[in-house]
Ligand binder design. Structure first.
Ligand SMILES: [Zn+2]
Length: 138
């Protein structure tokens, strides 16, 4: 019962951040670069509206993300009884996400949503500022 409450708490908290505050991805908001999870929310929304192809376009692993969140919260990340098997499971999950991220970055970055660059990001403005300093001094 405690785990169900925890799961719903996280889901409601996430929904509040995403829909009410409309913050989007914190990593992308700050750095400008999309993260490994960018597109998952859009994918879920598309899937819930019956647009399955769009959902896989926004994030090919959105379905796995849902399962992993439930596993992580429900079973505290213990998918297997053996700690070694668990460690390898999460390492493989990370590698799968990283591989998909690299492919999506190569295919879509920097112009195609959800892997587009955020030119409003503070990191981009900082980069522009530093660039300006160097171009003015020479
Ligand atoms: Zn992101």
């Amino acid at each position: 019962m405690k785990k169900i409450a925890k799961l719903f708490g996280v889901l409601i908290g996430t929904a509040f951040l995403v829909f009410v505050l409309d913050i989007g991805c914190i990593f992308r908001t700050l750095t400008g670069f999309p993260c490994m999870g960018c597109g998952v929310t859009r994918a879920f929304l598309a899937f819930l509206q019956g647009h399955v192809v769009d959902a896989f376009y926004y994030h090919p692993l959105f379905w796995l993300t849902g399962i992993l969140i439930v596993l992580a919260l429900w079973k505290d990340g213990m998918v297997f009884r053996s700690a070694k098997a668990n460690r390898w499971f999460w390492i493989i999950v990370l590698l799968v996400y990283l591989s998909v991220y690299i492919v999506r970055m190569v295919l879509l970055f920097p112009d195609t949503p959800p892997m587009d660059y955020n030119y409003e990001a503070p990191a981009y403005h900082l980069y522009q500022y530093i660039l300006e300093l160097f171009t003015k001094s020479s």
